[in-house]
Design a protein around this ligand. Structure first.
Ligand code: TRH
Length: 368
């Protein structure tokens, strides 16, 4: 990865550079916008494209992707003002609204395809809207067409990001070496749980129930909001100075996406949030609990239920999700890990039969 601030100045030509894709991303909040865009860029590059990622705040890439990726260059958003040439495909991630200068360029030399990459949802509008044209009604590119591309969980949507080598990497991954690298104790009989969340309504009650577990529990808490929420919950419980017997809490530094995936592969249960970490948890072959991104109008309630329906979640998993997300009071905090694991195993098998998001995107663009 190069954090480039200058662009080579070639005179603009009507011929678009073959194999060059431009991805535009604005960081609204949290890490999902950039997290998804980075994985997409790296995956497209793996599949033979050269990708330029234009982002207004690339700072999180320093921990998320310190290794960079071959054939992916990162540019500051404002440098697109001086961009000499557009790529053959332009991806506008999450309705980020392209800079006027880029829209003007599109009007002058339209890319082969202009994609509007949307947020992930299991709701029923997704298959209906996926792949539809979106005529541009105003601005410099008025009269041109963008195409809606919806990630999703079913074959009639744009699918989920999944690298070609993911399963192979999972098979050969060395959990013991990871433990050593992370300086974590070996405690094979314990329950290992990862925690990536906002401020879950159910955290205090769930921690109390965890303390009653017969097995010892190692809770691996990710950096940022999850750690702040955990600190607050421990304060509420009066556990700052001493944790109940058998409960161990480990605070993690910010991990690269590669190490974040390893964390999910290692744990017996993963708490994830947002969008990208949910997808990674679905690939991890472990049960997971989703803290959905909360919206003011409670639109996330329907979004969560659509996901649980698609998952064919057993009742215990549904009610756990509702309580964790503050949608309904907890019936109990029982974790039916075996039942949940078999639900996630069949879900993963279904997902593996579907084409990945990048494969579908490549095919979609080639068809235009
Ligand atoms: O950070 P998020 O809550 O992102 C959210 C959602 O995407 C939401 O839909 C969007 O509207 C909002 O952002 C703006 O959760 P998400 O999507 O899981 O993204 C987190 C990314 O951070 C993911 O790529 C994993 C990465 N990550 C690491 O790589 N290492 C870490 O240590 C941690 C904590 C996260």
């Amino acid at each position: 990865m190069t954090f480039s601030t200058t662009l080579s100045s070639t005179s603009s030509t009507p011929t678009l550079p073959t194999g060059l894709w431009d991805v535009f991303c604005r960081v609204i909040d949290n890490h999902g916008d950039l997290g998804v865009c980075w994985r997409l860029c790296a995956d497209l590059a793996q599949r033979g494209k050269r990708v330029r990622l234009w982002v207004d705040d690339a700072s999180a890439l320093r921990w998320m992707a310190p290794q960079g990726a071959h054939n992916v260059d990162v540019f500051e958003w404002q440098d697109s003002l001086h961009m000499p040439q557009l790529g053959e495909v332009v991806i506008e991630a999450f309705g980020c609204e392209l800079p006027e200068s880029v829209q003007t360029r599109i009007a002058q030399h339209p890319p082969v395809v202009w994609i509007n990459l949307e947020y992930l949802s299991a709701e029923s509008y997704v298959p209906r809207a996926h792949g539809l044209p979106s005529p541009v009604m105003h601005g410099p590119a008025k009269g041109h067409t963008k195409w809606f591309f919806y990630p999703g969980f079913t074959p009639d949507t744009g699918g989920l990001l999944r690298e070609t080598h993911l399963l192979q990497q999972q098979r050969t991954w060395d959990a013991q070496a990871w433990h050593k690298r992370m300086a974590l104790p070996a405690d094979p009989q314990a329950l290992w749980v990862s925690m990536f969340c906002y401020e879950p309504a159910g955290m205090v009650d769930w921690l109390q129930s965890l303390a009653l577990q017969p097995r010892s529990v190692h809770l691996l808490v990710t950096a940022g909001r999850a750690q702040a929420a955990m600190t607050q919950a421990l304060r509420t419980l009066g556990w700052q100075a001493q944790l109940p017997q058998g409960l161990h809490i480990h605070t993690l530094p910010y991990l690269s996406q590669v190490e974040f995936d390893h964390l999910l592969w290692r744990c017996d249960l993963n708490f994830v949030r947002g969008e990208d970490s949910l997808v990674r948890a679905l690939w991890a072959h472990r049960p997971c609990i989703w803290h959905i991104y909360p919206q003011d109008d409670h639109a996330h309630h329907a979004k969560l239920d659509a996901y649980l329906d698609w998952l064919q979640a057993p009742q215990s998993l549904r009610s756990f999700h509702h309580a964790w997300n503050g949608i309904a009071p907890a019936e109990n905090w029982d974790m039916h890990l075996q039942e949940w694991a078999s639900c996630f195993a069949s879900t993963r098998a279904r997902l593996l039969e579907q084409d990945s998001l990048s494969d579908q995107l490549l095919a979609f663009c080639a068809s235009k």
